[in-house]
Write a protein that binds this ligand. Structure first.
Ligand SMILES: [Zn+2]
Length: 278
């Protein structure tokens, strides 16, 4: 082998070693990189699981609760929610049939009951409460509150609250003013958040299940409060159809208080609410 060739061979060898070293260097970076990548993957999954779990730990410490509520809100983001509300009951024949339907379809609703009706049919009120619906007040006797004195407003609200508490052992949190009629005197004397509505099925006018369905479905939106009355047979039939249709449209059903909470709204006494949009 000539000297020239020997030098050439050596150069080739050096080049080869260099290449080998480069390969090893790549492995030195590559292996930790792969390890790091799988760790990040695992961590992401773990954090996601934690966020899921947060829905079940809503009351620990105040900062923890705040954090959990934020996560809870994030988890429910994207869900379309509506609250079905039923006024003027309870009335045994219709309310009990509605309760059967709600139980079968696993839907919880909000009932704005009249004190006079609840005291007449306490067993139905008790059933509404026992079956985990939200029991709320629609005043004692359905007077138009913006036409009466402050003292009378307070009495209408207070008597209904007493009747419901005597039946269930719990104060109703929310109230709905009859006809949605409010003014400053009403706001200052009802002692509860005033829940109005954004979808009016006008079930009392049509007394027709198909019309209830059509009105509810065409006007529903995410965060809507839907108004019906559980004292008409046609409304009970309509409500069953509304539930199926809105479910098909991707809606989930929650009570009014749940809807407010899920949308991060803190309800205040004397304030009026008609919907809780995202
Ligand atoms: Zn009413």
């Amino acid at each position: 082998m000539s000297l020239e060739e020997q030098v050439k061979n050596k150069a080739v060898n050096i080049e080869k070693k260099d290449e080998d070293r480069k390969k090893h260097q790549w492995l030195k970076i590559g292996i930790p990189f792969v390890v790091l990548l799988s760790f990040v993957g695992w961590l992401t999954g773990w954090l996601r699981d934690q966020a899921m779990d947060a829905t079940t730990i809503l009351s620990i410490s105040a900062p923890m609760q705040k954090q959990a509520e934020t996560l809870y809100k994030r988890n429910t983001f994207g869900k379309k929610l509506v609250a079905l509300t039923f006024d003027d009951g309870p009335f045994p024949a219709t309310t009990n049939r509605l309760l059967d339907i709600l139980r079968e379809k696993e839907v919880r609703a909000t009932f704005f009951e009249l004190g006079t009706m609840a005291s007449r049919y306490p067993d139905v009120t008790k059933r509404v409460y026992n079956e985990k619906h939200e029991l709320a007040s629609h005043t004692m006797s359905h007077r138009q509150l913006n036409k009466i004195s402050a003292g009378e407003v307070a009495a209408e609200a207070g008597q209904a609250r007493d009747v419901i508490r005597n039946i269930t052992g719990e104060d109703p949190m929310l109230m709905r003013p009859p006809y949605g009629a409010i003014n400053r005197i009403v706001a200052g004397n009802v002692g509860a958040p005033m829940i109005l509505w954004t979808v009016d099925t006008e079930d009392w006018r049509s007394k027709d299940a198909g019309s209830v369905l059509e009105r509810a479905r065409s006007a529903a939106f995410d965060g809507a409060i839907i108004l019906m009355h559980d004292i008409y047979e046609s409304t009970v039939d309509g409500a069953a159809m509304v539930i199926d249709a809105l479910r098909e449209d991707g809606y989930e059903f929650v009570t009014v208080s749940e809807l407010a909470k899920m949308r991060g709204v803190e309800l205040r006494n004397g304030e009026a609410y008609g919907s809780f949009k995202p």
